[in-house]
Ligand binder design. Structure first.
Ligand code: HEC
Ligand code: HEC
Length: 332
């Protein structure tokens, strides 16, 4: 009898402890909003045709001047939407001036690019094809002409854009690629926690979450993407060492936008290094240290950094294999 009471008391205490630990985590999670939910390739024939055309175009090297580079070269659907380089190699071995951000989950951002200069993924997609240092096609007309000369494309565009005459236009190239990118959603362990199952997070990850929230990382890396929602000054507390790229200032020409960049999403951050627009941090430990000092004026202990990184790793997710798949064949 006594033993039973003791056992009950013991279990009671354990569950009480668990409840109180999780009770302190729940309000932290509620800050981030809803879990990410992946989407299937649409079943509806019309919607599906656009997505499948987008898949082909996203991987189509003939959209570049020398048929050597596709979107996928710098944003691999099987490698977390990046190429793992400090700067990417574009046409004629040109190095891009900024680090390639991941294309995964990007359609949900307030705008595209480090400086937000394109409003949507559809508009964004029309940039790199014509950018001299990326895919280097001479003009939108040249792209349309080149695609039109590849026989199989006519039918694919007609199926995808039945109400557009002609079907092959530069705008429709952007629309199709954008439709494909709108399936780039990567739910992760963190989303199970957001949906209410706290048991998926271990103690270290929970500590990391707390450190991330209570120290203010979350003031900039907000929402369920942990970023992508606002612009902020890089070097808010301590000036950024590399002032060559002034971010949004180049677009708006307003003094107060100097060194403002889009706060990047931290989804899949474990896999998308090197970090920052200038690729200046090789690994996540460096990146977190630099954020703490330059954005918050803080110095974390090694343990706090390792906790934050454990938490950030819960944001690593995957595309549905049906979305990540390369096209089975290209038109010829
Ligand atoms: C040579 C490498 C390269 C190629 C090819 C390339 N990109 Fe990019 N991409 C970049 C770089 C670098 C940036 C960041 C540029 C900036 O912010 O000024 C970027 C930015 C983006 C973004 C914005 C993501 C964000 O978080 O803001 C998306 C989306 C994207 N690219 C999709 C594409 C698509 C679609 C294609 C093909 C039409 C493509 N890219 C071709 C290197 C490349
Ligand atoms: C005042 C706003 C602000 C705060 C606070 C902040 N960040 Fe950032 N963070 C940014 C901005 C802006 C960038 C983009 C920098 C750039 O242009 O290279 C960034 C970039 C990053 C990157 C690199 C992302 C990439 O794709 O290269 C990581 C990792 C990161 N932050 C983590 C953190 C962590 C962890 C904290 C808390 C210690 C934190 N940040 C606090 C604004 C902030």
């Amino acid at each position: 009898m006594l033993l039973r009471v003791m056992v009950l008391a013991l279990f009671g205490q354990i569950s009480l402890m668990e409840v109180s630990a999780d009770d302190s985590i729940k309000p932290l999670l509620s800050i981030f909003g809803k879990p990410l939910v992946a989407e299937e390739i649409p079943k509806d024939k019309a919607a599906r045709s656009i997505v499948e055309l987008g898949r082909v175009l996203y991987h189509e090297k003939r959209l570049s001047r020398d048929n050597s580079i596709s979107c996928n070269s710098c944003h691999d659907t099987k490698a977390f939407g990046v190429d793992g380089e400090k700067f990417s190699v574009g046409f004629n071995n040109h190095l891009t001036g900024r680090n390639s951000p991941t294309s995964f989950n990007a359609f949900m951002h307030l705008a595209q690019f480090w400086d937000g200069r394109a409003p949507t993924v559809e508009e964004q997609a029309k940039g790199p094809i014509l950018a001299g240092g990326e895919m280097a096609m001479p003009s939108a007309e040249a792209v349309v002409k080149k695609i039109s000369e590849i026989k199989g494309y006519e039918d694919l565009f007609k199926a995808a854009f039945p109400n557009s005459f002609p079907a092959i236009t530069y705008d429709n190239v952007g629309k199709a690629i954008g439709a494909y990118e709108r399936l780039f959603i990567t739910p992760a362990k963190f989303d199970k926690a957001l949906a209410g199952d706290l048991s998926v997070l271990n103690e270290k990850e929970k500590r990391g979450l707390k450190t991330f929230v209570t120290n203010g990382c979350v003031t900039c890396h907000t929402g369920n993407l942990l970023g992508g929602n606002i612009y902020q000054k890089l070097g808010l507390v301590k000036p950024w060492p590399n002032q060559k790229d002034q971010g949004r200032f180049a677009i708006t020409k307003r003094e107060q936008d100097k060194m403002f960049f889009k706060v990047p999403s931290l989804r899949n951050i474990e896999k998308t290094g090197p970090y920052f627009h200038d690729g200046s941090a090789e690994n996540l430990t460096q990146a977190v240290k630099v954020m703490a000092s330059h954005q918050l004026g803080r110095e974390f202990s090694n343990e706090e950094i390792s906790d934050i990184i454990a938490f950030l790793k819960t944001l690593t997710g995957t595309l549905k294999p049906s979305v990540a798949a390369y096209p089975e064949k290209f038109p010829d």
